[in-house]
Design a protein around this ligand. Structure first.
Ligand SMILES: *Cc1c(COP(=O)(O)O)cnc(C)c1O
Length: 470
């Protein structure tokens, strides 16, 4: 049986010339289709050799089923790997699905800067070479009150560049409670090692006093470093030194203070019912010499690391060779400039920047939106589907405000024949993958992280899922 089937396997050339593949050949590069054919034949051969029970006769090699396998492989090979998904998890700054979404209003601008030549490093006034860093510097200074600013690839790079410039081969004093790891790959001690600065830990995990810092200051001390313990909190019997106290101490010994503020928001979210977090402006006003933060966390912009602070330090960073390796490209800069412009009007920023919009969305708004989603799905009249609404909490995510629970309304979705785990998996296979989460042993979609314009789409996708079952 095996031998007969193996002999009956089609040949690559034969399939390439088959008429049912001609339309595919017009749409996609020939090589990717030849690859899909080879892979399909290889997997059929492996199935035959492994003697799978379902392989009973030559109908296994029926042309139609072989062609379908080839087509789906060819389509997959010619589709994007980096694709849009629908975030139903309720985690607003979800690093795995891209952290922050940009505002639509800057989309055209980013497209224009990317697809045409630009003033990236060209000074339009004198026709000479310009600096890519100048485009956002004055906006950043205006919004944070700092003297100077520099943007690099991400906050990890910002911390590394700052330490490398200001503290290389010298000592940096950090509280033990702030030696954090963020997102698996950013660890303060490791970043410091890479930068060439030497770490001096002071205090205990839960408490560090000002006198601990003072006792550690030597001739070798290059800076005091404060790190925002973004993704965790030490609760109970704890003490962290305020920025202003560190600044006072640093003046006494004439050394700078650096703060890695992590999320770096420009807005005081406590006005909108969230916990109090220091804003970048407050850190600058407290006298911190250099503040670093991410562009795509609470700021809601593109991935970037932003450094603001005293001009002398930032100027030294601009001259550091490392800056060249960490530099941002024009797409990031155009997206960042567009995002920052929204902050000139706080109300507008809150309305237009999706991350801010989602973070400040009230429970009532989440109820109203999820009811519209439920209605959109119900209007389809799908069978075998059950929808219920209930209250749950969304999270800020991105290692920001770990204790903050945002009251939200979620839609529980159950589909006949699917366990909750099977349903979460199936939702990810749809033409636009839907990422849900499990709550009270059921799959839920959280209102907070769905966009208004996605509600109809989610209904269409559930329909797609039910049709797949037919
Ligand atoms: C998130 C975070 C980082 C890393 O920032 P990236 O922009 O992801 O590189 C560093 N420090 C703190 C305190 C953070 O919260």
């Amino acid at each position: 049986m095996n031998k007969t089937l193996l002999r009956a396997l089609p040949k690559v050339d034969e399939l390439l010339n088959h008429e049912s593949l001609q339309s595919l050949l017009e749409a996609y590069p020939r090589e990717t289709i030849a690859d899909a054919i080879r892979e399909t034949i290889d997997s059929l051969r492996a199935d035959i050799l492994s003697d799978k029970e379902q392989i009973l006769d030559e109908s296994f090699l029926a042309m139609e089923s072989v062609m379908n396998k080839i087509k789906s492989k060819a389509i997959k090979a010619n589709s994007y790997n980096l694709r849009r998904v629908i975030n139903g998890t309720g985690v607003v700054i979800h690093t795995n699905v891209g952290r922050s979404c940009l505002t639509h209003s800057i989309k055209d601008h980013i497209g224009e800067i990317s697809c045409y030549y630009s003033t990236l490093e060209f000074n339009i006034e004198n026709g000479k070479r310009g600096s890519r860093y100048s485009h956002v510097e004055s906006l950043l200074c205006k919004l944070t009150g700092a003297e100077a600013a520099l943007v690099v690839n991400n906050n990890a790079a910002a911390v590394m560049l700052t330490l490398s410039t200001m503290c290389k081969d010298r000592e940096v004093i950090v509280s033990r409670g702030q030696l954090v790891e963020i997102g698996g790959s950013f660890r303060v001690p490791e970043v410091m090692k890479q930068s060439g600065a030497h770490l001096v830990e002071v205090g205990a995990t839960n408490k560090t006093h000002l006198r601990d810092y003072e006792a550690a200051i030597t001739e070798e001390t290059a800076a005091l470093l404060k790190v925002h313990t973004s993704n965790y909190r030490i609760l109970g019997f704890t003490q962290e030194i305020e920025a202003s106290e560190l600044v006072e101490l640093s003046h006494k010994y004439d050394i700078p203070v650096i703060e890695d503020i992590g999320s770096g928001s420009f807005i005081d979210f406590s006005k909108y019912g969230l916990m109090k977090e220091p804003t970048v402006k407050e850190a600058v006003a407290a006298g911190i010499d250099v503040v670093t933060f991410s562009g795509d966390k609470m700021l809601g912009g593109p991935q970037a690391g932003i450094i603001v602070g005293k001009k002398a330090y930032v100027d030294a960073m601009k001259k550091n060779q490392l800056t060249r390796a960490l530099r941002v490209d024009k797409m990031t800069l155009s997206a960042l400039e567009g995002t920052l412009m929204h902050y000139l009007d706080e109300e507008k920023a809150l309305l237009e920047i999706p991350t801010l919009r989602m973070l400040t969305m009230t429970h009532v708004e989440t109820i109203e939106r999820i009811e519209r989603l439920k209605m959109a799905i119900e209007n389809k009249g799908l069978k075998g589907l059950r929808l219920t609404l209930c209250d749950d909490y969304s999270e800020v995510g991105g290692g920001s405000l770990p204790l903050e629970k945002l009251p939200s309304r979620v839609l529980k979705v159950t589909i006949e024949g699917y366990s909750p785990n099977q349903l979460v998996d199936a939702l990810r296979t749809l033409s636009v993958p839907v990422i849900g989460r499990i709550f009270e042993d059921e799959v839920v979609l959280d209102s907070r992280t769905l966009f208004d314009e996605e509600l109809e789409l989610v209904a269409d996708l559930l329909e797609e899922l039910l049709q797949m079952n037919e």
